[in-house]
Design a protein around this ligand. Structure first.
Ligand code: NAD
Length: 286
């Protein structure tokens, strides 16, 4: 199955709520300034049909402009944004959503995520209830979370009765998250990988290089293919058109079971970003 588009053919995944999402999207963290709109338009011209932004990235306006400037029908582009840590709590989350929608200049968002659980504020369950309300109103199609550990997911599921459609987490070969992925699979939660390329950390790994040489692919393509075969959604970021195209060209080759196992063997449990149990930048203090 591919994403609904006349002009692109990216394989798609079905979320538990029935919405169809491209398996590969374009991440726009630090895609900023004057170049932001043209970079995102280029991504859409190259065939990307999913854009991952966040209130925190400061570029929701550029994403909205790029979607409009691309000339693509709105329903051919899947737009994700995220609620920032300062906006946890039911009412604050509703207000933050309105502000995101306004900056994007869109009338609905395809996927809205809670960016971090911020356990110290202990407001993520109420925040998720606000996302449920937005979904009921039809202003967001799918709702999910990001950087949630198993215990945070369990509380949301137990206390709201709804399972997030997606958990977007740090995931690359050196941080393969096999336990959390298994929990997701058991609960019908799609795993979305952020920093899917480990920000380049694995490009010099001998196992990745050997596979890239053998398959006549780049290290980035081998890693993204690994994500695809694990069933992950991945959202690599690049500002370079040739690399943006390279990262999309991962649907015409396959890794064998043995090659997948070889990549599994380089997992070091090495996180690059924040630890969800502690990360609380800009958290509400009251
Ligand atoms: P990434 O793993 O996508 O790596 C990006 C870097 O790798 C780029 O800066 C580029 O220099 C390099 N690169 C990309 N393609 C390449 C190629 N083909 N060859 C050589 N180098 C290449 O890391 P990221 O940007 O941190 O993550 C991607 C997206 O994930 C972000 O843009 C954002 O949308 C999302 N994200 C989410 C969170 C979260 O907390 N939810 C955190 C970080 C990132």
């Amino acid at each position: 199955m591919t994403y609904r588009s006349e002009t692109s053919s990216i394989p798609a995944i079905v979320l538990a709520d029935g919405q169809i999402m491209p398996k590969l999207g374009f991440g726009v963290y630090k895609v900023a300034g004057d170049e932001a709109v043209s970079t995102i338009v280029t991504a859409l011209e190259l065939g990307y049909r999913s854009i991952d932004t966040a209130a925190f990235y400061g570029n929701e306006d550029a994403v909205g402009r790029a979607v409009r400037e691309s000339g693509l029908p709105r329903d051919e582009v899947f737009v994700t944004t995220k609620l920032w840590n300062a906006d946890h709590g039911y009412d604050a989350a509703l207000r933050a959503f309105d502000a995101s929608l306004q900056r994007l200049g869109l009338d609905r968002i395809d996927l809205f995520l809670i960016h971090w659980p911020v356990p110290s504020a202990d407001l993520y369950v109420d925040t998720f209830r606000a996302l449920q309300a937005l979904k009921r109103q039809g202003r967001v199609v799918s709702i999910g979370v990001s950087n949630f550990d198993r215990e945070h997911l369990e509380r949301v599921i137990d206390e709201t009765g709804e399972t997030p459609a997606i958990n977007q987490i740090e995931l690359h070969p050196y941080f393969a998250q096999s336990e959390l992925r298994a929990f997701h699979a058991a609960h019908g939660i799609v795993t979305e990988a952020w920093s899917p390329l480990g920000r380049g950390a694995e490009f010099n790994d001998s196992v990745i290089i050997a596979l890239a040489d053998k398959l006549n692919r780049t290290p980035a393509q081998v890693i993204l293919r690994w994500h695809m075969q694990l069933g992950n959604v991945a959202i690599p970021k690049s500002m370079t058109p040739a690399r943006m195209a390279e990262n999309l060209a991962v649907f015409d080759f396959e890794l064998t079971g043995r090659e997948m196992t070889q990549i599994a063997g380089i997992d070091k449990g090495a996180r690059q970003g924040g630890d969800p149990a502690e990360f609380a930048m800009d958290a509400p203090t009251a």
